[in-house]
Design a protein around this ligand. Structure first.
Ligand code: FEO
Ligand code: CA
Ligand code: CA
Ligand code: CA
Length: 631
């Protein structure tokens, strides 16, 4: 019998193991049998007459790939790469890649050089580039370029090689892991030898699991957020599991707390968890044993501490002395990223996914309007949180979470957002990962990465998850990208139309809906879309975090990859493959758009230092050999 090694599970698999939900019957277990692939799509995407979506001018899903290629060849300035299963990065011919920074690289000259024997010096672990790079954004201050980048989680067996199983043996081990996560702010510069971090730049900063934060918005000061150490409920320490990111229109960084639940545990194994802990997956067993050495993470002693995590945090990358602000009005869930838009009247819209099987897609709309130059401090504190309902006919609506609709106070809606969303009948989704807002059309996209529980189990709140419009496949292990077109071309409008931009799948293995949509072909196979970002020309860059075994259902897909999609034609081509075992996540551009920065997270391959060396999560810089623009 194979023992499950919990340390090697992904965060979502770990969650699933810790919190098994009852299998249920009565759901539609399979996508309707006998539907041909194209027939399936006609029903799904074109919505009967198709007029509703086609009328908007962008709902072209049922493309014929060959003719689309003829029409839009000029939009893709590269020759697609083939799949790979090896230990390095591949980019198209005529492009190059180089390392910008990797885990353990010094941000300050007084930090120790990285040591492969120790997994890096513990003392200076908050003065180096952290682990598991994820979402990032580039900011320009005069002639300086500064990247803010997330460090989502750690790989403790690699980070603590002196331990047998990667479990911290002492408070110092916990402190090291805490230091390697959070956020880095780094000044970067391009010189004769390419891009590098400007060591000792006054912009350089590490934000960790212990950095002081201010809590703002409706939940600030609420009893549920008060602890012995902070009786005000407004001052917390640290930001956790920083996954995707976002950039506000006023130039601050939004870092998104995703699987925060895994850091908390109980030293009392009989501790009876409150109900809300179950919905959020906070268990007596933690992932890294913080609670054994740091009381703050012991829920039997500090049961409000996890309620101070799971938010979006705003950071000013231009001021290294600024205090990050937890913006509770944006809700508390497993935040993937934060995609901002400014509505016609100046109100600020933030789209956000809750990445867990059967959870929801959210939108925040500010009360105030954004006026360049005016104070922005309250814009993300006062407003309304909405959750999406997708109807099978291609329409949808944003349901407001208010005292009237939920029977909860505004503070409770901010802290228990999942429960609020369950009350209003939102659509359960296939793990909403990144949202991206198209800069050249009024539309937004969300990567629904996969959901093996679709039509198998309810979500953690007991909401049923039958197949539904944007989540049309039971036991969906390939994922899809849904997009929506706000009514009246206005992101604050509560109505929208939607369609699927792509359903990933494998036409080499399947002939039914699991073959994917018609814009999937043997040249662009992929699974599990996750990171997404638009470039300035309106092309969508898609990053995957999926199964890289290259066999069975995933045969022919190879390692994780980054693809480029054209929203107008639906054409998708593969731009990059990454080392085996790694996820490609996080993407941003240099000020002149001639460099594309891309994150390589948790490689299993000995990347980038080679055999016999520790694998190190890295950010790479991709350029065109002719130094042309990339996006
Ligand atoms: Fe950290 Fe949902 O990815
Ligand atoms: Ca992700
Ligand atoms: Ca993912
Ligand atoms: Ca990840």
């Amino acid at each position: 019998m194979t023992e499950i090694n919990k340390d090697e599970l992904s965060w979502d698999e770990w969650d699933e193991l810790m919190r098994p939900t009852e299998e249920t019957t009565g759901f539609d277990r399979v996508v309707e049998a006998g539907l041909s692939r194209r027939g399936f799509l006609n029903g799904l995407v074109a919505f009967g007459s198709g007029a509703a979506v086609m009328g908007l001018g962008t709902g072209v899903n049922l493309l014929n790939t060959a003719s689309a290629q003829a029409q839009d060849a000029g939009r893709f300035a590269f020759t697609p790469v083939t799949t790979a299963t090896d230990a390095t990065v591949h980019v198209p011919e005529g492009y190059t890649w180089d390392l910008l920074v990797k885990w353990g690289d010094k941000l300050f000259s007084d930090a120790a050089e990285f040591d492969h024997a120790t997994g890096g010096d513990a003392e200076s672990s908050d003065r180096v580039f952290g682990e598991n790079t994820d979402g990032m954004e580039l900011f320009v201050f005069g002639d300086k370029q500064v990247i803010a980048v997330n460090h989502e989680y750690v790989n403790p067996k690699i980070n603590l090689p002196h331990t047998e199983d990667g479990k911290p043996q002492a408070a110092a081990d916990v402190r090291k892991l805490q230091n390697l996560q959070g956020v880095a702010v780094i000044e970067v510069a391009e010189g004769e030898n390419g891009w590098s971090v400007v060591v000792d730049s006054p912009y350089n900063r590490r934000i960790t699991h212990n950095t002081p934060m201010r809590i703002s918005g409706p939940a600030a000061g609420h009893d549920l957020l008060k602890t012995e150490a902070d009786p005000t409920g407004t001052q917390s320490l640290g930001t956790f599991n920083n996954c995707g990111a976002g950039k506000t229109p006023w130039g601050t960084y939004l870092t998104c707390e995703e699987n925060f639940n895994g850091y908390f545990g109980s030293t009392d194994e009989n501790y009876e968890r409150p109900e809300d802990f179950k919905r959020y997956g906070i268990n007596n067993e933690s992932r890294y044993n913080y609670e054994k050495f740091d009381d703050r993470f012991d829920i039997s002693k500090n049961f409000n501490e996890p309620r101070r995590a799971g938010y979006i945090v705003e950071i000013d990358p231009g001021d290294p002395t600024s205090t990050p602000v937890k913006r509770t009005a944006l809700g508390r869930f497993k935040h993937e990223n934060a995609a901002c838009a400014v509505a016609r009247d100046g109100r600020v819209v933030v789209y956000m996914g809750d990445d867990e099987r059967g959870e929801f897609l959210y939108k925040f709309v500010s009360d105030g309007v954004y006026t360049p130059g005016a104070s922005t401090d309250n814009l993300l504190d006062e407003g309304t949180l909405y959750v999406a309902r997708f109807n099978d006919d291609g329409s949808g609506e944003w349901l407001a979470l208010t005292e009237e609709t939920t029977g909860m106070s505004t503070a409770e809606i901010s802290i228990y957002s999942r429960m609020a969303a369950s009350k209003v009948g939102a659509t359960t989704m296939d793990r909403p990962e990144w949202v991206a807002v198209n800069p050249v059309a009024v539309e937004a996209y969300c990567a629904l990465t996969n959901n093996k529980n679709r039509a198998v189990k309810p979500n953690a709140g007991g909401d049923p998850t039958p197949v539904n419009g944007p989540n049309p496949r039971a036991e969906n292990h390939y994922g899809q990208i849904v997009r929506w077109y706000p009514a009246n071309d206005d992101h604050v409008d509560p109505g929208f139309k939607w369609d699927l931009f792509v359903m990933a799948g494998n036409p080499l293995v399947h002939e039914d809906a699991y073959a994917g949509s018609a814009n999937i072909n043997d040249g662009n196979l992929f699974n599990s879309p996750d990171g997404m970002m638009f470039d300035t020309s309106g092309l969508l860059w898609i990053q995957t975090d999926g199964n890289y075994k290259n066999e069975g259902d995933f045969a022919g897909m190879g390692n994780n990859q980054m693809l480029v999609g054209d929203p107008v034609t639906g054409r998708i081509e593969r731009f990059m493959t990454v080392p085996y075992g790694s996820e490609v996540t996080g993407i941003t551009w240099s000020a002149d758009k001639r460099t594309l920065f891309v994150g390589i997270q948790h490689p299993a391959a000995p990347f980038p230092d080679g055999e016999g060396k520790l694998a190190r999560s890295s950010v790479i810089a991709v350029k065109r050999a002719d130094n042309g623009r990339i996006g």
